[in-house]
Design a protein around this ligand. Structure first.
Ligand SMILES: Nc1ncnc2c1ncn2[C@@H]1O[C@H](COP(=O)(O)OP(=O)(O)OP(=O)(O)O)[C@@H](O)[C@H]1O
Length: 258
């Protein structure tokens, strides 16, 4: 975890998070911590509730029990105004980029600006173009429609939108899924660079072992409706649980030289 001192600041603190749909409990009394300046990778078998956890932390998914504190604010219980003040400091890249198909890249990046800031159209254009450059897109991408972009460009455009308000924390839901290995490695490198230069904290749901090895400082493994283990890659290797062993020490992992 870069930039963290001896007592790293918790920017997300979830306690007793319990979420269910009908009679199915997905998360049961789950605790999670995210520290300032780290890239946390959240992994787990398909359907373990990684996206549900991300949505729950963001307040988009109601909890049956538990509490979530974000940037020191009791977010899950906060009044709308206090919540909105926290929302401004969070950026989200949903799975598949989730761009508005009828808006250009520039207009997509401006959506959060229109919602939260009062800026002149000229200033918004300038700011949005800066964000587009920041994520490594060519200037002419600004005026393209999402349908004209490659998968990698869509992820970058979604990231530019997530960065629109200079957030403290960005949430990424499987950012490298669907990218070829080189595109995925480039995206991981971009995330690391942005963390280092902007001081971001990154909460990243991923299935990508490469990302976990190269970009993530810590990993949280979801299973049995809770966080099975939270720690470094070394902690994962030493943890005696069948899924964790298979995932981190299986054939795919060995191919990566673990
Ligand atoms: N709105 C919903 N209504 C009912 N069930 C839901 C809803 N959202 C998620 N679920 C269920 O919750 C479980 C966890 O879903 P989630 O999308 O969080 O899994 P995941 O760990 O992100 O999986 P994957 O790795 O496949 O993306 C799944 O069984 C899913 O069907």
């Amino acid at each position: 975890m870069r930039g963290a001192g001896k007592n790293p600041e918790e920017v997300i603190r979830g306690r007793g998070i319990t979420v269910g749909f009908g009679d199915r409990l997905i998360l049961d009394n789950l605790d999670i911590d995210v520290y300032r300046g780290e890239i946390l990778g959240v992994v787990g078998a398909s359907g373990t509730g990684k996206s549900v956890l991300l949505r729950t932390i963001l307040g988009l998914q109601p909890m049956r029990a538990g509490e979530v504190e974000v940037l020191g604010v009791p977010y899950s219980d906060a009044a709308p105004a206090a919540r909105s003040a926290v929302d401004r400091r969070l950026g989200v890249l949903f799975q598949h980029g989730a761009l508005f198909s009828s808006l250009t890249v520039l207009q997509n990046v401006q959506v959060p600006m229109r919602e939260h800031l009062r800026l002149s159209p000229r200033l918004m254009d300038e700011l949005a173009r800066l964000k587009i450059e920041l994520v490594g897109l060519a200037p002419d991408a600004a005026d393209k429609m999402p349908s004209e972009l490659s998968g990698g460009m869509i992820k970058r455009a979604g990231l530019a939108r997530a960065l629109a308000l200079d957030p403290d924390i960005v949430f990424l839901d499987e950012p490298t899924s669907g990218l070829d290995p080189i595109g995925a490695a480039d995206f991981d490198a971009l995330i690391e660079t942005l963390r280092d230069t902007l001081g971001l904290t990154v909460f990243m749901v991923t299935h990508d072992l490469d990302s976990l090895y190269t970009a993530c400082d810590r990993i949280a493994v979801l299973g049995d409706r809770r966080v099975l283990i939270e720690g470094t890659m070394g902690d994962m290797m030493a943890f005696n649980h069948p899924w964790v062993q298979q995932y981190f020490r299986g054939t795919r992992a060995r191919r990566l030289g673990a």
